[in-house]
Write a protein that binds this ligand. Structure first.
Ligand code: 4NP
Length: 160
């Protein structure tokens, strides 16, 4: 399975979501690929925000090698599941995709935690360490749900 995490700048939320999910994929021995991108180009080529890197390291995750890239229309064809970190990101992806965009594989990330509620991961860009911590907590919950939901499919029946 190929998954893409998308936020605005690809320097705060989506690289963290990518890092968290990659760690859990490894722990669960899953054969999945994860990438991330941003709908805006302001930070293309940059490393993740220092506070995103700090909280990642705190959880044993190294995202320092990530470089921000912009989400493109072709991404819509390349991934099995695409997660928007927030509603504005979802709308922007729709705009980039243009008319007749197939949004079937795209969902808001937090709908994995609260189905149908269309909640957003608050943008920590303007905030401080507490805001990054809160975003991390929300994203970790969503990653756990994704592993439970899709990771069981190839692993046979559960033990009694
Ligand atoms: P992200 O956070 O979308 O989680 O990477 C942001 C980063 C930069 C900006 C906005 C959000 N910005 O306006 O530059």
């Amino acid at each position: 399975m190929k998954l893409l995490m998308v936020c605005l700048g690809n320097i705060c939320r989506s690289p963290l979501a990518e890092g968290i999910l990659k760690k859990k994929i490894k722990e669960n021995h899953l054969d999945w690929e994860v990438d991330s991108a941003g709908t805006e180009s302001y930070h293309v080529g940059e490393t993740p925000h220092p506070l995103a890197q700090k909280i990642a390291v705190h959880h044993g995750i190294d995202i320092s090698g990530h470089r921000a890239r912009r989400f493109s229309k072709s991404d819509l064809e390349k991934f099995d599941k695409i997660y928007a970190m927030a509603k504005d990101v979802y709308e922007e992806m729709k705009f980039i995709g243009g008319k007749n965009t197939n949004m079937q594989n795209i969902d808001l990330f937090l709908n994995e935690v609260s189905p149908g509620k269309n909640l957003s991961v608050p943008d920590p860009w303007y905030g401080g360490e507490e805001d990054f911590k809160y975003a991390y907590k929300l994203m970790e919950e969503a990653c756990d749900k994704i592993i439970l939901k899709y990771g069981r499919q190839n692993s046979g029946p559960l033990p009694l």
